[in-house]
Design a binder for this molecule. Structure first.
Ligand code: PLP
Length: 476
């Protein structure tokens, strides 16, 4: 493609992008296709020669868009948000155009130095105490993997990377990691990858408040010590995926300090709410943590992917992950930050740019207002659900997350209620008018309503509540 054609096409596509964002509500929120439907529209063989961009773009609209679930739709209330925003999209266009790989300082000095500064900004914005150093990872899953790996190395005197876990000691070294039973599945996957094994991951009971029980954690650690197993890492979750439970950080951190256990904090979703000082109670004790992650790509208006990972001891992280062949050395090695040593992949996108655009284009005060609004609308919704005779809350409101179910008077059979709510959820999502996800709360099926999309307004939340009530009443 020559550069004049690129310019012409790019202008046209930007017009399309602006119109998409303006009119995204005309699409069904969740893609309304069946498995294989999109694949059937795609030729099985690649074209031998060039095709005009007009045709490719027309096919994008005709064949790809119907298979897109519109995460930027203001009635997207499923999972957690992956909220983009116009300034973030603009930065992503520049990032793609530069096509820079920010693996070493030398391969993009501005990439590295902007990343360091953005992580300092974010640390201040969320009220992290001094003494944390930040890196942008692709996802919270990756950040937690890095934490579990660092913990593994620390617990084995930095020997596991060298010798392999199985070669340490006569029967190998047995390590344990601890999470709440409400924690995200990424921790389990990370524990598998990092060599703890599923059997080495202790899922600690949560209390009625869905938070990790510190007495149960203490017992699990004691049992492991008695069995000759090394407690290596605790992952505390702030804002569990199902109901937004908050593990009590300070007592967990104090326990970790007493036993010399590495403490990682997974605040993937809830961390963005820390820009509001009134929500900082959840990080009381964070000064004792070794590692902390939250995702601006969830709830800070920054396109996926962008995960903010803070560590107390960058040396421990790089000692765990650094491998330096000659071709990755540069004149500046050792005097600058080479972020490739701070994570698993070598290649790194220029992610700091979109944070810079987002934070500057909105300003911190506006970002606070946007998140505070989401939380306030969730509060209003949760009060309405609590007051509605045929509905009930299944867990206390947590920030922008509400769990509820339809429970018509006199219909108390639990399995029937599970089936009724499952049908209701499917019917709502099939309507294309909104998108919600399911959950299981203390064994019972619940509908999970998560508020945090950039374009969502109070009216969208209220409309969704109306649609839910109507559909429930019609479901009989
Ligand atoms: N941790 C928590 C608490 C989450 O809710 C999620 C995803 O929703 C993750 C981790 C995984 O995030 P990512 O997709 O960035 O790996």
């Amino acid at each position: 493609m020559d550069i004049d054609a690129f310019r012409r096409q790019a202008h046209g596509m930007v017009d399309w992008m602006a119109e998409y964002l303006e009119t995204v509500e005309r699409y069904p929120v969740r893609a309304q296709v069946v498995p294989g439907e999109i694949a059937a529209r795609l030729p099985t063989a690649p074209p031998a020669g060039p095709e005009p961009m007009e045709r490719i773009f027309a096919d994008f609209q005709a064949d790809i868009l119907p298979g897109i679930t519109h995460w930027q739709h203001p009635s997207f209330f499923a999972f957690f948000p992956a909220n983009a925003s116009p300034p973030s999209v603009l930065a992503e266009m520049l990032t793609a155009t530069l096509g820079a790989n920010c693996m070493l300082w030398q391969t993009s000095p501005a990439g590295t130095e902007l990343e360091t500064r953005m992580m300092e900004w974010l640390g201040r914005m969320i009220g992290l105490p001094d003494g944390f150093y930040g890196v942008i990872q692709d996802t919270a899953s990756s950040a937690s993997l890095c934490a579990l790996l660092t913990a593994r190395e620390r617990a084995t005197g930095w020997r596991a990377n060298e010798a392999g876990l199985g070669a340490l000691g006569a029967e190998g070294v047995r390590l344990a990691a601890y999470v709440s039973e409400e924690a995200h599945s990424s921790i389990e996957k990370d524990a598998m990858i990092a060599g703890y094994g599923r059997e080495g991951l202790r899922k600690i009971a949560a209390g009625d408040d869905f938070a990790m029980r510190v007495d149960a954690l203490e017992q699990a650690v004691a049992a492991d010590l008695a069995a000759g197993i090394t407690p290596a890492c605790v992952v505390a979750t702030l804002g569990t995926t199902g109901v937004g439970g908050m593990d009590p950080l300070r007592p967990i951190a104090e326990l970790c300090r007493r036993h010399g256990i590495f403490l990682h904090v997974d605040a993937a979703w809830a961390g963005s709410a820390l820009i509001l000082p009134e929500h900082r109670g959840m990080i009381d004790g964070v000064e004792l943590a070794d590692s902390f992650v939250f995702n601006p790509h969830k709830w800070l208006f920054t396109n996926f992917d962008c995960s903010a990972h803070f560590v107390r001891d960058p040396e421990a992280l790089t000692r765990t992950l650094s491998v330096t062949p000659l071709y990755l050395q540069s004149r500046e090695t050792g005097q600058v930050i080479d972020y490739r040593d701070w994570g698993v992949p070598l290649g790194r996108r220029f992610r700091a740019l979109k944070l810079w655009f987002v934070i500057r284009a909105y300003g911190v005060e506006k970002l606070k207002t946007m998140i505070a609004d989401h939380i306030a609308w969730a509060g209003e919704l949760s009060e309405q659900i609590a007051a509605a005779p045929d509905f009930e809350l299944m867990a206390p409101l947590s920030l922008g997350l509400v769990n509820f179910r339809y429970h018509p008077a006199g219909r108390d059979d639990e399995s029937a209620l599970d089936a009724l709510n499952q049908r209701l959820l499917e019917q709502l999502n099939d309507s294309g008018r909104l998108y919600l996800t399911q959950n299981r709360v203390k064994g019972r099926y619940a509908i999970r309503f998560s508020i945090g999309q950039t374009a969502t307004t109070r009216a969208h939340v209220q409309r969704a509540w109306g649609v839910i009530r109507e559909a429930a009443a019609a479901s009989g």
